[in-house]
Design a protein around this ligand. Structure first.
Ligand code: GLN
Length: 471
């Protein structure tokens, strides 16, 4: 019997390579774990019951296209849509011998921070099922945390890989914009969307990133990596310059337990040999969130125009084309996409374009420059990933602004196109706290090195105690 709760992707690869277990047996073991535990958690929207390969299977967020496997992006409007092609990231996983285990739950069109905006019901946090797993990739994060997948893919527009990783005690990477193909990824905000791994360890994260990254002729924004991905080994941080952005570590709303765990991790950086210093990102933190909530909805309003009831998935009836489109969009989209379509359409409309969208684009440049200045002095910037630990279901659903504030600390670096890694750095009230490590453009190797050394020194146990006890 294999212990799916503990098994990392790397260990699973070892078992398969040494022929101690077959890919099909591994697939079956995860399906059994899903049968046993996913009734409560609802991390998966659907599973793939036959292994299409002999490697270590992977869970895939349902915004990522999978040939022959329904892909809904958590929305009714895509219900029944079975793609005829694979996203490039799906192809890359399959080519690397990683068959699909299933499609994981997500906030509708990846819009949200709790997975409660899924049209198919929320996912629950394996650490405490009364709480959310974060979002929008809560399904992938919960699956990895609960041993229902050795590893998973998520997508991150403003924090949807990093924040759920933080809330579930897993590791999540949002890569540098342009390093991972968006071809076949259901578009939310195209200048921000990026696919990234969710794993139990930093090494697993690097292993998956090595599979995913690289230029794709189907996505003109992609580039080849300037250097190969290094799977981290070093256990010290000698020579690394770690910056602590004051505004991100003292922001309003950071829970004391989160601040304490992060402060302890920062001390550890120094103990491991890093040079630690303070820095500033004042405008990024103050304007990041409002700027994101102009740019992302503006792009979403345009991207979501394609769901017209004719081309994909769900269709409501109607006597005329216009009626069919109106009824399909009214019944097919939930409240959050509707809110974003309205906000975005407004921000792009004649007469307001310059004042809102145009202004936000300028602020985005300011944010990118502020980060670039910080990376002249530092190799890595650190902060909490999320101001709070996992919150209870329903706690933020009535107040969209409270929900949006969940991403206060993850959004600024996304606006700047920079990579960010979240690793667990301790517990507060028995729930995981995430440490965010932000790197310069293409500095994923630096993030892996720092994340791995800290992970070793912290010795965080990623298995939720209530599941360890039940096993
Ligand atoms: N929570 C943010 C939003 O709702 C970010 C989501 C994401 O990264 N996909 O837009």
């Amino acid at each position: 019997m294999i212990d799916t709760l503990r098994l990392t992707g790397e260990e699973a690869m070892g078992l398969v390579e040494r022929r101690e277990i077959s890919g099909a047996e591994l697939h079956r073991a995860y399906l059994d774990a899903i049968d046993e535990r996913d009734g409560e958690l609802h991390a998966y929207l659907r599973t793939v019951d036959e292994s299409e390969g002999d490697g270590v299977p992977i869970a895939i967020k349902d915004v990522i296209t999978t040939k022959g496997v329904e892909t809904t992006a958590g929305s009714r409007i895509l219900e029944g849509y079975v793609p005829l092609f694979d996203a490039t990231v799906t192809t890359r996983c399959k080519d690397a011998g990683l068959p699909i285990l299933g499609k994981t739950n997500t906030d509708e069109f990846a819009m949200g921070s709790s997975t409660e905006n899924s049209a198919f019901g929320p996912t629950r946090n394996p650490w405490d099922p009364r709480r959310v797993p974060g979002g929008s990739g809560g399904g992938s994060a919960a699956a990895v945390a609960a041993g229902l997948a050795p590893w998973a893919l998520g997508s991150d527009t403003g924090g949807s890989v990093k924040q759920p990783a933080a809330l579930t005690g897993t590791v999540g990477l949002r890569p540098t914009y342009g390093t991972v193909s968006r071809y076949g990824v259901v578009a939310f905000a195209s200048s921000l969307d990026q696919v990234g791994p969710v794993t139990k360890t930093v090494r697993d994260c690097a292993l998956l990133y090595r599979i995913l990254a690289g230029r794709d002729p189907c996505d003109s924004t992609t580039v080849d990596l300037p250097e190969p991905v290094q799977i981290p080994e070093a256990e010290d941080l000698r020579g690394l310059r770690v910056g602590v952005p004051r505004e991100m570590n003292e922001a309003e709303g950071i829970e004391p337990g989160v601040a304490d765990a992060v402060a302890r991790a920062i001390e550890l950086c120094a103990e491991l040999g890093a040079e630690v210093g303070e820095c500033e990102l004042p405008r990024s933190v103050e304007y990041g969130l409002p700027c994101y909530y102009l740019v992302a909805p503006a792009e979403a309003s345009s991207n979501l125009a394609r769901y017209d009831g004719v081309r994909y998935g769900f269709r409501a009836g109607g006597a005329t084309l216009r009626e069919l489109q109106e009824r399909t969009r009214d019944a097919g989209f939930g409240d959050e996409p509707k809110r974003r379509i309205m906000l975005g359409t407004y921000a792009l409309s004649a007469g307001y374009y310059e004042a809102f969208y145009g202004q936000a684009q300028k602020v985005r440049t300011v944010i990118a420059r502020e980060h670039a200045a910080a990376f002249e002095r530092f190799d890595v910037l650190v902060s909490p990933t999320s101001p709070t630990v996992a919150f209870e279901l329903g706690a933020r659903t009535a107040n969209p602004l409270a929900m949006y504030l969940s991403d206060l600390l993850t959004i600024p670096s996304c606006m700047a196109g920079l990579p960010g890694l979240s690793i667990p750095c301790g517990l507060s009230e028995g729930l995981p706290v995430g440490l965010q490590l932000i790197g310069a453009q293409f500095a994923e190797n630096t993030l892996f090195r720092a994340g791995h050394a800290l992970e070793r020194a912290l010795g965080f146990d990623y298995v939720p105690p209530r599941l360890a006890l039940a096993a």
